[in-house]
Write a new protein. Structure first.
Length: 225
């Protein structure tokens, strides 16, 4: 089981994710496909068994460190060496995942700040333009306008309102575009991770089949001999 875990590396995926669950399921299937010794395990039982072994190893490792400090040399078993290597790789994978999460969070914050800055600048331009319009209207002498003047004024006012609405639409489009780009990037990353995982599983299954074929050939040759 530990050899399968070392090959499949479920710890490369985050806890409680479908990708990690699929890798544990693959480990269980590989064990059940072995004819000698015979395994009858489930995904959960494999995961629980490994968790128990890890806990026991941590306790045994502490005792070995105490014995080593007192001058007693203790040789590790193959199982202990496998678990130690798995835990070390798991620690490195966890650090890498945390680093990726920090980078993703930092990028998302930068994108949000960029969108806020775009919105802020657009709102400032709109406010300035509106203020200039009001100031110009206050400076104009209050004289009776002709019908033509009224039409020109209404036309200008309508044009300004259209520009305001266009500014708002541009801001919203920019925000939607940034959000879509972020979602698209996340989907591509997830798809790439899933494709890599499936390729790894297929490779492991092929290796397992080759191993079984080799064992079968050796057994047939042994019987003939």
């Amino acid at each position: 089981m530990c050899r399968e875990v070392l090959v499949s590396e479920p710890y490369k995926f985050k806890l409680r994710t479908p990708e990690r669950g699929q890798v544990w399921e693959s480990v269980a299937q590989q064990l059940n496909s072995i004819h000698q010794p015979i395994f009858r395990v489930t995904t959960r039982s494999v995961r629980d068994r490994f968790s128990l072994l890890s806990t026991k190893y941590a306790h045994a490792h502490k005792l070995r460190m105490e014995e080593k400090a007192s001058g007693i040399e203790v040789e590790q078993s193959e199982l202990e060496k496998l678990i130690e290597e798995i835990l070390e790789r798991e620690k490195n994978a966890r650090n890498e995942l945390e680093s990726r999460e920090r980078e993703k969070k930092s990028k998302a914050e930068k994108e949000k700040a960029s969108a806020e800055e775009v919105r802020k600048q657009a709102m400032e331009r709109m406010a300035k333009r509106k203020g200039d319009d009001e100031e110009n209207r206050e400076k104009k002498p209050k004289i009776r306008r002709s019908t033509a003047d009224d039409i020109d004024y209404l036309r200008e006012k309508s044009s300004n309102e259209k520009e305001y609405r266009k500014e708002e639409l541009d801001i919203r489009k920019r925000e939607i575009q940034l959000q879509a780009e972020k979602q698209d990037q996340t989907q591509r990353q997830q798809q790439a991770m899933f494709s890599a995982m499936m390729a790894q599983i297929q490779q492991q299954q092929q290796q397992q089949q080759n191993m079984m074929s080799l064992m079968k050939t050796l057994m047939e040759n042994y019987k003939k001999a």
